[in-house]
Design a protein around this ligand. Structure first.
Ligand SMILES: [Zn+2]
Length: 300
């Protein structure tokens, strides 16, 4: 039996957990697939309220941590690619990303990538003179980035980490968004990490362009906890205090650049809609409205 099939069998027997929608906390879903593409019995569902696509039930945190720590490398090696090949493809992505964001960031800006792998995406940023730091839980990838790109790497998961690096100006999330257990928590954390005017750049594949609605299992994978469409990313950004700067869809992928809002209040997804409507109403009446602080009085 191939090594990766043994791994699959092991995780098919693991504990599963059920969760509410990661954006709107809703708990009414339609099921799109009952197994992932390799047969692991995780379900892919779509939230009836906000349209977020995610796994529920999904593998427990303990099982997935174990997977990343002990089995991910062996599993990934079913596709025989060397670290150098992986790195080269990340460098190509990094060059495209830099081109996409460069007019919106300062020359002196500090760049952080979450889930940076071998550091390939950050390499063009480093070469263009930006100060770079990567967060990467897999040690062999982090070591490669330190040695070959010459950047600081924090070996950790963003969700459990309490590292103290200081503020940054741009956070990059490339092909990593669907791996977070709680994207909202991560985005609130990033909001706090960013300087005023700081930005977040997200690059992801559009799940809907890869699947048809009746065979969603072909794109479902047990360690992709979410399948973010651009629309769900917009909802997530809105919820966690960002506004959209630039968005592009290309070749079944999308790139989104958003900027941190100057906020110090928490607002949930439904409040956001209501807030927008209220703001519109006030505008029609010719009133101005300072958001900061007042939203608490209105909604609580
Ligand atoms: Zn939802």
């Amino acid at each position: 039996m191939a090594e990766y099939q043994k791994i699959l069998e092991k995780y098919s027997l693991e504990d599963m957990e059920e969760i509410p929608c990661g954006i709107c906390d809703g708990n009414e879903f339609d099921t799109l697939a009952f197994k992932d593409k390799r047969g692991v019995p995780v379900h892919t569902v779509i939230c009836k309220n906000c349209g977020l696509i995610f796994l529920c039930p999904r593998l427990s945190q303990k099982a997935l941590d174990n997977f990343y720590k002990n089995d991910n490398s062996a599993y990934v090696q079913k596709i025989p690619r060397t670290m150098e090949e992986i790195h080269a493809s990340l460098v190509r992505k990094g060059m495209v990303y830099l081109d996409f964001v460069k007019d919106y960031i300062d020359a002196k800006c500090k760049v952080m990538e979450i889930g940076c792998g071998s550091g390939g995406v950050l390499q063009p940023f480093k070469e263009a003179g930006y100060e770079c730091v990567g967060i990467e839980p897999m040690e062999d990838y982090g070591d490669f980035a330190r040695k070959h790109v010459g950047i600081e790497i924090i070996t950790d998961f963003i969700e459990s980490s309490d590292f103290n690096y200081g503020k940054v100006d741009l956070v990059i999330i490339s092909d990593a968004l669907n791996h977070f257990r709680s994207p909202s928590k991560v985005f609130f954390k990033i909001n706090e990490l960013l300087n005023l005017g700081g930005k977040i750049f997200i690059a992801e594949k559009d799940p809907v362009s890869f699947a048809t609605w009746d065979n969603f299992n072909t794109i479902s994978h047990f360690d992709h906890l979410y399948a973010f469409t651009p629309r769900s990313v917009f909802n997530l950004l809105k919820k966690t205090g960002f506004f959209l700067v630039k968005h592009k869809d290309k070749d079944k992928k999308y790139w989104i650049l958003a900027e941190r809002k100057d906020i110090d209040y928490e607002v949930n997804f439904r409040d956001c809609n209501l807030y927008r409507e209220l703001k519109k109403e006030l505008k029609i009446k010719g009133l101005t409205w300072s958001i900061k602080g007042k939203i608490k009085k209105i909604f609580r």
